[in-house]
Design a protein around this ligand. Structure first.
Ligand code: GUN
Length: 296
């Protein structure tokens, strides 16, 4: 069976269109323009690319983009002061501090200094706790994007067996919480999981988020399962640089019912969901109804 391809690039475009529609309405009916502030410390090349892309897409959907680029040797106190200023700026509805931060800065401390209602990454400990207890929160962008694609493909996820491979705070753990919230039976697998192939073979939904190129072969996938591949791994093959996921796409696509490709699957959804979270944060800050279909 050849799997259906879940086109994350096209889906992300529809999310951005929805966001742009809400932004236009906020401007027209309430004279409010949602604003997203991104803070980048240092010159990590990959982070610079992400931040540029976030800024560009923020402007494209009609929102204000505020970029704060700080030197790599910025002190913790100075970074905390920047975050504090953004927390108190009413034109800023979302704040994202690009990770990783240089080694001398305490990431947990910085993330937890962001006002939880402006924490569009959903990394603040308050948002982690709210998500874990099924309360309204800001939801991390990558898992939110995965959930949107799964809901779009399946409708209801209720009663499905889901296996999340990877236990990171950014993807694995919040993904598991979201699937549980949609009434899946959830297993979180990781590097110490016993008989990982058998665990994965039970799953109706497999979310792979381990960061290891093509670690999941097709024969781990149950016939007809849905495979969401969060991995973005750069490898060299036949003398060429290539992007591959955590799943061996070719063999998995022969068994899966549906699968996300890499590139063009989960990747484009992350920034689209960041924009969605910013609109949601803006609506909440102004006591307005939240956009439908853009939250968990
Ligand atoms: N670095 C890589 N991905 C992310 C992300 O989603 N949020 C933040 N803040 N930093 C990142």
């Amino acid at each position: 069976m050849a799997a259906n391809i879940i086109d994350g690039k096209a889906f992300a475009a529809t999310v951005r269109e929805k966001v742009a529609g809400h932004v236009a309405r906020l401007k027209e009916e309430h004279d409010i323009t949602p604003g997203l502030a991104v803070v980048l410390v240092g010159e990590d090349p990959a982070s610079q690319v992400y931040v540029r892309s976030k800024g560009k897409q923020t402007v494209e959907v009609g929102m204000n983009s505020f970029e704060h680029k700080l030197d790599a040797d910025t002190s913790e106190a100075d970074l905390l002061a920047v975050v504090d200023k953004l927390n108190n700026d009413p034109t800023v509805h979302g704040i994202l501090v690009q990770l990783p931060l240089p080694g001398h800065l305490n990431e947990d401390l910085i993330i937890n200094s962001i006002a939880p209602e402006k924490d569009v990454d959903g990394f603040h400990i308050s948002n982690v706790g709210l998500l874990g207890t099924g309360q309204k929160s800001m939801v991390p962008c990558t898992p939110l994007g995965c959930l949107m694609m799964l809901r779009d493909y399946h409708g209801s996820l209720s009663g499905m067996d889901a296996v999340v491979i990877g236990r990171s705070n950014i993807v694995g753990k919040p993904m598991a919480q979201l699937l549980l919230g949609d009434s899946c039976t959830v297993t979180i697998a990781h590097s110490r999981t016993k008989d990982l192939p058998e665990v994965v073979r039970r799953a109706d939904i497999v979310v792979a988020a381990v960061g290891r190129p093509e670690m999941v072969p097709g024969d781990w996938i149950k016939e007809g399962a849905t495979v969401i591949d969060v991995g973005i791994n750069r490898i060299e093959r036949d003398g060429k640089n290539k992007l591959v996921g955590d799943v061996d796409f070719a063999s998995a696509a022969e068994r899966a019912g549906a699968i996300t490709p890499v590139p063009g699957g989960v990747g484009p959804m992350t920034i689209a969901c960041l924009l969605a979270n910013t609109v949601t944060a803006c609506c909440r800050a102004n006591g307005l109804a939240e956009p439908e279909g853009l939250t968990a």
